[in-house]
Design a protein around this ligand. Sequence first.
Ligand SMILES: Cc1cc2nc3c(=O)[nH]c(=O)nc-3n(C[C@H](O)[C@H](O)[C@H](O)COP(=O)(O)O)c2cc1C
Length: 205
Amino acid sequence: MTNILLVTSSPRGTASLSSRFASETAERLKARSGATLITRDLAANPPPHITRAYIDGRVAAAEARTSDQVEAVGLAQALVDEVKAADIIVLGSGMINFGPPSQLKAWFDHITWPGVTFGYDEAGPRGLLSGKKVYLVTAAGGVFSQGEWAAFDFQTGYLRHLLGFIGLSDVEIVRVEGTVFGPEAAQAAIAATEAYLHAVLEKAA
Ligand SMILES: Cc1cc2nc3c(=O)[nH]c(=O)nc-3n(C[C@H](O)[C@H](O)[C@H](O)COP(=O)(O)O)c2cc1C
């Protein structure tokens, strides 16, 4: 049985384009393969910023952890378990101040865990996750895939790097961008993403 994990993070609720296209991607993949779908809405249930309890708790022996550390590490473990159980991960991220929403950053801060999702050997850092397909859906008001603003996209490249760092290097990127230049431009941008996503999912069939 294929497991799909859908992670959305936009704080814009039903107006969110990244959540819309990420959900559509997950639903269409699910319909195709009869997969199970687990949903984690990081805007509705944001992981906390990581704390000293989490940092110290990660390296403490399980039986020596304080109750704060047990709670903090337990949440991280639950998030990692969800990722590990997934064959396909669909990630939605809508640009906030040139980067991903802080809710998504907090999620990565929990799952990027030395000895659990990445390690080091003589060759340097090595991701410990493998064999998963990731669909990364990024939305932005401006255009960042090309042109003079490409240098200021601290969202898509950053997320792709974080994913690769923990071993998730099979990443298909779906962008919806250029939506702030009026209703017609927004409609054209959404139509372009719909067409692109359709082609991506056809290819995946
Ligand atoms: C608080 C806030 C900050 C934003 N910052 C940027 C930004 O830095 N650059 C940009 O191009 N668009 C920015 N936008 C526009 C969003 O990236 C755009 O609405 C995108 O569709 C958001 O993703 P979503 O639709 O999944 O919520 C911002 C929007 C909000 C609400």
